[in-house]
Design a protein around this ligand. Structure first.
Ligand code: HSE
Length: 322
């Protein structure tokens, strides 16, 4: 039996998801919720278009919801509805997840639903599952990373092409990396949400924060970039997440990165993390951190990794309802 999927949103990420799922015979898309159906007439069959995401989530045959919208309040409403119905909700919305970690995980446990959000941190770079599963036995002390594709793209353009800040930001927006409100990228709030989700993954519960500092790249001048470049370094927006006893410290700021740092050659819209374990040594993961297809990769990866016992339970429940 095919797994029935509801898609919410048909922007850069939503349309990439649609394309990818069409090529996977084990899934079928039962509907795509879009705010403005007329905008998508050329790319989306009318029979699949739905105005109401709530109705699509509530349909008994809907088993999994993949949401790709940039309205975190609406995303939270949809996630709550899906989890309360014991369904699987897959999202890339770091703001929605980071701001409601406690509530969402309580709902997940109470109703036996699944909330999956690998794509919320690092796009296609498999950060969360690596920490949670592959490094489950490893006491991880520290994660350092480049977690915002827009900032890294801008800083790389300034570094390599001597480009100015505003032109590079416009390019990042055109390429679909930036948030609708790009201040969230350049003032580092987006990186803060992602860091918080990493701390949550490390702690296994809502993390207690000993200290949080975040400073974006708005004030990085071309002269600063040139000076660091002359010394052989690169300016990067680095997030540093460290354990301090039972608590976590999050420190995000533009940093001069030296050539011996694994994050030195992470350029363009790429993201990367270095994970420092007690026994594992330093592990570095790098890949594309923003854009439609990299984000869709992580979301479809979540879809293919829905915890099996729960999925079986939901399937039985839905069959009983039909
Ligand atoms: N605006 C984000 C970025 C998108 O530039 O990294 C991916 O989370």
């Amino acid at each position: 039996m095919k797994t029935s999927i509801a898609l919410i949103g048909f922007g850069t990420v939503g349309s990439a998801l649609y394309e990818r799922i069409l090529n996977l015979p084990q899934y079928e898309i039962s509907g795509v919720a879009v705010k403005h159906p007329e905008k998508h007439k050329d790319r989306l069959p009318e029979v699949l278009m739905r105005k109401s995401a709530e109705a699509l989530i509530a349909r008994p045959e809907t088993e999994v919801i993949l949401e790709a919208i940039d309205d975190s309040d609406a995303a939270l409403e949809f996630a709550v509805k899906a989890l309360e119905a014991g369904k699987t909700y897959i999202t890339a919305s770091k703001k929605m997840v980071a701001s409601n970690l406690g509530l969402l995980h309580r709902l997940e446990e109470t109703y036996d639903g699944n909330l999956l959000y690998e794509a919320a941190v690092g796009g296609a770079v498999p950060i969360l599952r690596t920490l949670r599963e592959h490094l489950a036995a490893e006491p991880v002390k520290r994660v350092r990373g480049i977690l915002n594709g827009t900032c890294n793209y801008i800083l790389t353009q300034m570094q390599e092409a001597g480009a100015d800040f505003d032109t590079s930001l416009k390019e990042a927006q055109l390429k679909g990396y930036a948030e609708t409100d790009a201040s969230s990228d350049i003032d580092a709030l987006d990186t803060y949400y992602k860091s918080l989700i990493i701390a949550r993954t490390l702690s296994g519960t809502t993390p207690e924060l000993a200290r949080v500092v975040y400073e974006g790249i708005r004030d990085v001048a071309a002269a600063d970039v040139a000076k660091v470049r002359k010394e052989g370094g690169k300016v990067k927006l680095i997030a540093d997440i460290q354990r301090e006893g039972d608590k976590f410290k999050i420190d995000i700021r533009p940093t001069a990165v030296t050539p011996d740092d694994p994050l030195h050659n992470v350029d363009g819209s790429s993201n990367a993390v270095t994970i420092e374990g007690v026994h594992s040594g330093t592990i570095t993961l790098q890949g594309l951190g923003a854009g439609g297809h990299p984000t869709a990769s992580a979301m479809v990866g979540d879809l293919m990794n829905i915890p099996a016992p729960k999925l079986e339970k939901v399937k039985k429940m839905l069959t009983a309802l039909r």
